[in-house]
Design a protein around this ligand. Structure first.
Ligand SMILES: *Cc1c(COP(=O)(O)O)cnc(C)c1O
Length: 431
């Protein structure tokens, strides 16, 4: 990384910034394990303090006592749309256009399939799906499978090749807004406009955006979006994901997983399928109520943030945290072969910072975890992308002193060389 001639930053400076942070009180909404700096909220968000009691109530009272009546009495049946409406406020979507349901992979299957149907009926010569080679693999696998099934072609390009790939043959441009590996962020409005200019539909994956950066799906005039519940939304392990479809498209096609929860009148039990109007048809079958209740706790913490400036204020703090991390790594970790894989330009940066390293990235992350600083490792491809040490900065609960402590531990791991110890070099199943 390059040296910058900025003034030296001290621990006291970081503490002073915490003291002045208008969002500081939001940290109290979360359970943060003692002695841990958790920089992996981009993989699995921390637990909202309200979640254990809420989940216990769903189990003991709603399930234990109210049983089947809970579908009406405790609002179970409407919960996917209720939580969807709360998520809608974070991503610039109108009420009634988002549903919290299934996983990101499954929702992607639904919307990509719907987009391909729409394109096939309107622009039959457009039989290409374009995405980024460095997109999250599940997105590419789902697209590959659908392309095989429908006789479409999947074209994968590097980020700088997207514009050139946008030709009249393109049916759908499918991108992840913030890249999971590098933290690089697309200009949603500009890319959507470029896709529309050749007649293509625009599908966004917001897995690393919802709750992390301001998103305006309506303003960008996007067509479809999916996103994740267990990352920045703090919904808990395996939390339901969400799906949004622009209202101009929702009623035009069935989505392929035409289950009874997407039926117009599910309790008439008709043998034929009649899709419900609007986003309801993107529901498939019975939803996990305990998980949805936990997800609602996570999403509610963002509603608490609305009184303090909402996503705009969270974004300001997120950029301050990632800027500080980059400055401190520059200041304290020179000479160890670290590179910066995340763009310096604010407009191109999500809420994470990725450091690249030729050798030892995995072991350094393990040594940091042993010291209570939890980030993660993402393998490079040995060609274009190097191995990555990935640090997510969730402005709801990460503070400036946390950033100082993380870099202090990174400094010590590098200077001591302790990452070279064998125990830090054994790979686990989940990285
Ligand atoms: C995390 C992530 C997913 C996860 O998909 P699941 O179906 O929840 O396993 C999908 N896409 C992207 C871009 C992600 O970052």
């Amino acid at each position: 990384m390059t040296t910058k001639t900025t003034a030296t930053i001290s621990l006291e400076d970081c503490r002073a910034r915490d003291a002045q942070d208008p969002l500081r009180s939001l940290r109290d909404l979360f359970h943060l394990p003692d002695g841990m700096v958790y920089l992996d909220g981009n993989s699995l968000g921390v637990m909202p303090r309200s979640a254990p009691a809420r989940v216990a109530d769903v189990v003991a009272r709603e399930w234990g006592t109210d049983l089947i009546q809970s579908w009406n009495k405790n609002g179970w049946f409407g919960l996917p749309k209720k939580v969807g409406d709360k998520i809608a406020r974070l991503i610039g979507a109108a009420p009634g256009t988002v549903v919290a349901t299934d996983s990101t992979s499954i929702n992607l299957y639904k919307v990509l399939s719907a987009a391909m149907h729409l394109a096939a009926s309107e622009r039959p010569a457009a039989r290409r799906i374009v995405s980024e080679r460095s997109n999250f693999p599940t997105d590419l696998y789902i697209a590959e499978a659908l392309c095989k099934e429908r006789g479409f072609e999947l074209v994968l390009v590097e980020p700088e090749g997207i514009n050139a790939a946008l030709t009249p043959e393109v049916a759908v441009l499918m991108l992840t807004h913030v890249n999971y590996r590098t933290g690089a962020m697309h200009d949603m409005a500009a890319v959507t406009q470029a896709a529309h200019a050749v007649g293509a539909l625009m599908l966004w994956d917001l897995a690393h955006s919802a709750g992390a950066v301001p998103v305006d799906l309506t303003g960008a005039n996007a067509d479809y979006a999916v996103g994740c519940g267990y990352k920045y939304l703090n919904g808990g392990p395996g939390a339901p994901a969400f799906v949004w479809v622009h209202p101009r498209h929702t009623d035009r096609f069935w989505q392929p997983l035409a289950g009874w929860w997407g039926h117009a009148t599910p309790f008439e039990f008709t043998p034929d399928y009649r899709p419900a109007p609007g986003i309801t048809r993107y529901q498939c079958g019975t939803q996990p109520m305990i998980s949805l209740a936990a997800l609602e706790c996570g999403v509610d913490s963002f509603l608490a943030a609305e009184a303090l400036g909402g996503m705009a204020a969270l974004r300001t703090k997120s950029l301050a945290l990632t800027d500080l991390f980059i400055q401190l790594v520059n200041q304290r970790c020179q000479g160890h072969g670290l590179g910066l894989a995340t763009p310096l330009a604010h407009a191109q940066r999500g809420s994470q910072v990725c450091l690249s390293k030729q050798e030892g990235a995995y072991a350094i992350v393990q040594a940091l975890i042993a010291r209570g600083v939890v980030g993660d490792f993402r393998a490079g491809d040995g060609v274009r992308h190097p191995d990555i040490l990935r640090f997510g900065f969730t402005p709801l609960y990460i503070g400036f002193e946390d950033v100082w402590n993380a870099v202090e531990q990174l400094h010590q791991v590098l200077v001591s060389g302790e990452w070279q110890r064998p125990e830090f070099n054994q790979k686990h199943a989940v990285t």
